[in-house]
Design a binder for this molecule. Structure first.
Ligand code: ZN
Length: 144
């Protein structure tokens, strides 16, 4: 199967998450909770790509609101294509979010969020260059 035949044209209405770093598709799939959807979701791994060498692609056969911040956190190089009636109506370029909530958990056992479980897990971007996030409460660096 060539890349073209599995690209955008095969879905009529939905979302194509493209240029995912190779090997990251499953992480994104889990973080976004795509397994809970009842529409079809296709994961293409290690697709040849001129720019990155290899990439992963996720295709979702329905339009839905995704958490763009989370996608940007997983990989800011990802592009998201919104498909309507077989045509690309929007191409979104992602960026690293300033804040992420409820996705990653603080590893510090003495952190207030470890003790008070009802507190939201909030991380702040502290170094955009190195993509470093720190816990809002105890400043522990988020591990990947
Ligand atoms: Zn913490």
């Amino acid at each position: 199967m060539t890349i073209d035949s599995i690209k955008i044209d095969s879905i009529k209405n939905g979302i194509v998450i493209d240029h995912i770093a190779a090997g990251k598709a499953m992480e994104l799939y889990q973080i976004l909770g795509l397994g809970k959807l009842d529409c079809s979701v296709a994961i293409l791994k290690n697709v040849s790509s001129g720019k990155l060498g290899k990439k992963d692609i996720i295709k979702i056969d329905r339009n839905l609101d995704l958490d763009w911040d989370i996608i940007g956190y997983v990989d800011p190089n990802i592009t998201v294509n919104i498909i309507k009636d077989g045509e690309r109506v929007e191409k979104r370029q992602l960026k690293l979010p300033e804040t992420i909530r409820g996705v990653i958990h603080c590893k510090n056992p003495r952190c207030i969020t470890s003790i008070e479980q009802e507190l939201p897990q909030v991380f702040k971007l502290t170094d955009r260059e190195k993509r470093v996030y720190r816990c809002l409460y105890c400043e522990t660096q988020a591990g990947k």
